[in-house]
Structures are given as C-alpha cells and as structure tokens.
Ligand binder design. Sequence first.
Ligand SMILES: *Cc1c(COP(=O)(O)O)cnc(C)c1O
Length: 382
Amino acid sequence: MADPVIYLDHQATTPCEPAVVAAMEPWWSDQFANPASRSHRPGLLAAAAVEQARTQIARGLGVEPAGVVFTSGATEANNLALKGLAEAELQAGGQRRHLVALATEHRAVLDPLHYLSRHGFELTLLPVQADGLVDLERLQASLRPDTLLLSTMAANNEIGVLQPLAAIGQLCRARGIRFHCDGAQAIGHIPLQPATLGIDLLSFSGHKLYGPKGIGALWIAPGVQVAPQLHGGGQEQGLRAGSLPVPLIVGLAKALELALNDREARAQRLEALRDRLWQRLAALGGVHRNGAAAPRLAHNLNLWIEGLDGAQLQRALRPVLAVSSGSACSSGQPSHVLQALGLSRQQAAAAIRFGLGRHTTSAEIDAAVAALEHAITEARQL
Ligand SMILES: *Cc1c(COP(=O)(O)O)cnc(C)c1O
C-alpha cells in the first residue's frame, strides 16, 4: 500500500463509519426485499426498516417523520425543493415568480435556480459581505411581494461560515416566502432544528456526515406543496419515485445518530486542532483566512497565500496531504464563493481548503503543518 495520505478534505466527503457499514450489511443480500412489496413478510420487514430510519432521522431533526423524503443526496434534494416548489406554485395558479439566493450557494442550488430563471422565474443572487456572511438589510431589501422562495445554505462548503438562519427565517415567515436551506455541511455538525428556525425545506446528504454516498433527504414542513420531479412507482408519498435503497437509508439514519451523539465533543476537539493549524500557518506571514473566524464550522479552514498558486501548492503537497484548492465540484474554475468575498481570480486561485474530520489526530495536524511550512517556504524561494 502507498504511504497513508493525511486526509483533510472532509467538506468534499467523509469516510463511511464502520458502525454504519455494519448497520447496512444485512440489508444488501440477506434481507434484500423491496419495501414496496407489501404482500409478503420480507417486504414488510424492509418497509419497517425504512420507516424506523425515517423516524430516527426525524427525531434527530426535531420534526415529524412524514416530512422526510429520501433522495439520492443533497443535489437531488435541492432540485426537488427548488424546482418542486416552483412547479407547485405554477400548478396552484400562484403569481409568485421571484427567487432569491446567496451568490455563495453550492452549484447544486445555483444551477436549479438558473434553470428556473430560464423557465419563467426571476432570480436575484445576493452578494455577501467580505466575511462571507449575508447582509440582512440587503437581504430584506431584495424581498418583494412576488418573492416565492429564498434559499440559503446553513454552512458554506468552501469557507465554512454559518448564515444567520433564524433571522432569515423570520424575514421569510413575515412575508409568506418559502425558506429553503441546504444543510449538507451543517447537519450532524452544528445544532440545527429546522422547525424552530422557520425553515420550510431542508436538504442534507449522507456522505457529508460519515454515512454512505448516494443517499440524502429533503425535509418538507407540513403544508408546503412540492411537485415531484421523478415520476414512476409512487414511492415516498408520490414525491420521489424509485425503489428505495434500504441499506443506504438504514446507513443514513445510523450515521446521523452517531454524528448527533459526538457532535459537540467532536466540534470542540476539531476547533482546537483547526485553530492550531491556523496559528502555525498564519505565523508564516502573507497567509489570509477566507471567511469570518466566527460563526464558522469548527472543522473548516480556508486561506489564500500571497505569492503562491493554490493548485501548485496542492500538487506539491499531494504525496502527504489530501486538501482541496476550493470546492470539490467546480474543478478548474477559481471559486465563485471566494470571488463573492471580493478576492481577485488570482487570490481565489491561491486558496486552500482544509476540512478536518472525526478521525483527524493531533499528530496529523502537526505533520500537515510541517509539510505546509516546507512547501510554502520552498515555493517562496523559487
Ligand atoms: C456536498 C454538497 C452538496 C451535494 O450533495 P450530494 O449528496 O453529493 O449530492 C450540496 N450542497 C452542499 C452545501 C454540499 O456541501
């Protein structure tokens, strides 16, 4: 086997926890029945496992199980939320055609919104402040009588900053505007109970919280109408057709349970490691943190380094360190998030994202710092 690489890219994905793999195990080959097969015992058992998982997830979020719709991940949940809400508005003969989101949203929010803007809706993308946080006055000023929905992520996948969801929820609620939140980086990492924040639609994903890839969910608040985007066998109350992936659903519930159990202790531990990483790198000079120091995910650090190209530095570090020069999903392009903070294309291209995780050790952080110090010093001497 190759030398182990220190993995500090947990905003791109997290390892599936062995206890999660174990929980999924019986549902692949042993108990393989389709939960839609209500005429026999194996099918009923599979259906019971799905409903138990749904209940467990709902309890973790402080909501009713009926609102939880399983999807293939946060991308699909976002598509269902945004396009589904827009389509339901059209079907109901509603007049609201205006959509609002932050310029720093994930592509899995921006692209469905751009799609809608080509199909009769009008999109306002709000700039953020230099620290990545929304300007609430500006947000408020953008809301109109015909605003249908506002979408903001809870935690940014590149810079980790946390948006003020409760305040945004209040602004929406007072105007009858639906509030969608992409919680992919937040669920299992920060306390987030959608119903207490005025959120109407919440997306999240298994593989960002130490669960399997290919599973996620959309929580839909009671009374919120969403038109299905996948048509077929009528699963998930007709909202999302397709045979349910029982093992993945069981795994998602287990992963969320584990994440909620150690969330606070994990955040405290990783915050201390993250701060040590930052202090050691900041001491090199010419190193700038992207995004507010707080409120921010405890396990995220994003910086740009004067006189260095992030991708080049990342290549030099590749034998020892797995880090990202931005979002995992927009390879090649300087980050739209960093440019929204006011960084130039060149500065944005000099950025590195560190995402610490549950199994990151203090020895790994020390080794990462040593590798970075070495690589940065070398690059600056060239
Ligand atoms: C990873 C991520 C997504 C996409 O999730 P998938 O489950 O991979 O589709 C969407 N939004 C954010 C903020 C993410 O971090």
